[in-house]
Write a protein that binds this ligand. Structure first.
Ligand code: PMT
Length: 221
């Protein structure tokens, strides 16, 4: 049993994948199951933290002793995370957030038109929640952690993303149709804004979560 080294702390974790609706029936989404974010929430609660879990479209049961806020879209996720982050010691963005959403929402189901090509889907940019959290810290001493889901040039893309987003730690993991998404296991390199690199060997998502909290705890001082 670990010592409760997060006792007295409030941490916010986002999990799952946002869905950006096209019409009442369809959405643009991604393959996140929420398992990595839930592992972060469970392990933080076990270490004594008060945990707010902002969950986007996950089919997982609420972890015991965790406040769960359920959201659908990236805009809703932003609102819930910013609200919870106001008094948080640390924020960990494990959710897979859509970078773009359809420009228009059709109030009725989009229909096939006989003999006609379908209308193109026009996308507009979603807010970058992690960049915003990092730039406008709710508290000067708040620790902000992002994840980077990459399919190629994993470490180089991760390093560039850490600089772009401005977070303190970035957990770089490789993803694919059957890799990491939905799996019970993960492997990663955790990059620090201080230049540190912490490799995490393939293992349960809880094991990666514990290492993330170790690194967060060091930075909380
Ligand atoms: O849910 P699982 O099935 O367990 O899978 C886990 C996971 C692969 C989803 C998780 O480990 C992971 O990598 N999550 C981040 C996915 C992602 O959106 O990565 P990204 O490289 O596109 O985004 C980088 C970071 O910016 C992320 O922390 C993301 O939450 C954040 N972001 C992205 C876009 C946006 N508009 N706003 C954001 O805050």
């Amino acid at each position: 049993v670990r010592e409760p080294d997060l006792a007295g702390r409030h941490v916010v974790v986002s999990a799952g994948g946002t869905r950006e609706p096209l019409d009442p029936v369809r959405f643009l989404g991604n393959r996140s199951s929420g398992k990595q974010g839930y592992a972060l929430a469970r392990t933080a609660a076990a270490r004594g933290a008060r945990v707010t879990l902002v969950a986007a479209n996950t089919g997982l049961p609420d972890p015991a002793g965790v406040d769960v806020v359920r959201v659908g879209t990236a805009v809703q996720l932003r609102e819930a995370v910013l609200k919870a982050a106001a008094d948080a010691d640390a924020v960990v963005m494990a959710a897979a957030v859509a970078d773009f959403r359809p420009e228009t929402y059709a109030a009725g189901k989009i229909k096939k038109k006989d003999g006609k090509e379908p209308d193109p889907i026009v996308l507009v940019r979603n807010p970058d929640i992690l960049a915003e959290l990092s730039a406008d810290r709710a508290r000067a001493d708040q620790v902000v952690v992002g994840f980077a889901a990459e399919t190629d040039d994993v470490l180089a893309n991760g390093r560039a993303k850490l600089l772009r987003k401005g977070c303190d730690l970035l957990v770089v993991n490789e993803v694919g149709e059957r890799r990491t998404f939905g799996s019970e296991e993960n492997e990663a390199v955790v990059l620090g804004a201080d230049g540190s690199e912490t490799p995490v060997a393939h293992g349960p998502k809880e094991a990666l979560a514990e290492i993330v909290w170790d690194l967060v705890t060091q930075r909380l001082g």
